[in-house]
Ligand binder design. Structure first.
Ligand code: SF4
Length: 321
């Protein structure tokens, strides 16, 4: 496998301004120094609680929001160096599927128009005949009937709307798709269908996914590797099987302990974390997890652990390793 995406020390800080002159008095460090890579054809999941910076990471990689610092290399191209026009052309390779398909689809447009839009914008289909047949093909690929192309988003179910969102992302034959909680707004029974579709499409088109989710059951099903985020940083990164079999970071262990086991006879001790996720405006000193960590030592309060790669290739950021 070759590396498709390499992210180094990515940061997104939002300034906090106060007073009459809007003087900057601090910053919310939504993403605070993320380094990771995504291999061609794999699914890298990014997990963590709400507010940990996982969606911001996905958006910053695609430059839907401007990163504050860091390097994003995609297929040998430095994404941050692209000007607006270069970025527009580059976007054909990098797409996004959003959490709420209803909010991300224009309710006044028919599916035909929604799917034509990227093709028109990027000039990849010239005549109206070509547009029509490409839209028909896209609808078939995601399991929708082309006869429904004249309908509006509200005429579809939640699962069907997400299929439209996926078809729109596929319109320009991308290499890489950031999927931001793509099934969390759907009923559990529909989630599996959409996840299966995404896996089939990955195989068929050689797609590479970054799959952002808070749901570990979904992550276990779909991903090859998992990056666990806490307060703007990656605290653990490992192949999915290994992470689920042997989570190392105390935060990951707590997250895993909350996942229901398929066999009710199998007992699992639930680790209940005390305290809430800290306010990112005033993150704790040292290891940001120390106020909630059952193993916190004195050192953890003052010294932030680096993300270390162990002999097994498993990466973890904790003074215990
Ligand atoms: Fe817990 Fe310390 Fe490890 Fe942080 S560095 S996770 S506080 S043991």
């Amino acid at each position: 496998m070759s590396t498709l995406l390499e992210v180094r020390n990515l940061k997104k800080h939002y300034p906090i301004r106060k007073g009459f002159f809007s003087k900057q008095v601090g910053a919310v460090k939504a993403v605070d120094g993320i380094t990771l890579s995504v291999e061609q054809g794999e699914t890298l999941a990014v997990v963590g609680e709400s507010g940990c910076g996982k969606s911001t990471t996905g958006r910053a990689i695609l430059r839907l929001i401007e990163p504050t610092e860091g390097e994003i290399m995609f297929n040998g191209t430095d994404v941050r160096s692209l000007n607006t026009e270069q970025l527009r052309r580059f976007r054909t390779d990098m797409q996004m599927v959003f959490q709420d398909p209803y909010a991300s689809l224009d309710p006044r447009w028919t599916v035909q128009r929604i799917l034509e839009e990227p093709l028109r914008t990027h000039g990849s289909a010239a005549s109206s005949g070509e547009l029509k047949s490409r839209v028909e093909q896209l609808m078939e690929v995601v399991g929708l009937s082309p006869y429904q192309a004249h309908r509006f988003p509200h005429e579809f179910s939640g699962g069907q709307r997400q299929r439209i969102g996926i078809a729109r992302a596929l319109a320009l034959n991308p290499k890489f798709i950031v999927c931001d909680e793509p099934v969390s707004a759907l009923d559990v029974s529909i989630q599996a269908q959409v996840l299966n579709l995404m896996q089939d499409l990955q195989e068929q088109y050689g797609l590479t996914y970054m799959f952002i989710s808070h749901d570990l059951s979904v992550v276990k099903f779909i991903s090859d590797r998992v990056a666990v985020m806490y307060l703007g940083r990656v605290v653990e990164l490992a192949p999915t099987k290994e992470l689920f079999a042997k989570p190392l970071h105390p935060y990951t262990q707590a997250l895993m302990s909350a996942v229901p086991v398929p066999n009710p006879g199998q007992k699992k001790q639930r680790i209940v974390l005390t305290g809430d996720v800290p306010n990112p405006e005033t993150p704790p000193s040292g290891c940001a997890f120390h106020p909630r960590c059952p193993y916190a030592m004195d050192r953890c309060k003052s010294e932030a652990p680096a993300l270390r790669t162990l002999d097994t290739g498993h990466q973890v950021s904790c003074h215990l390793y």
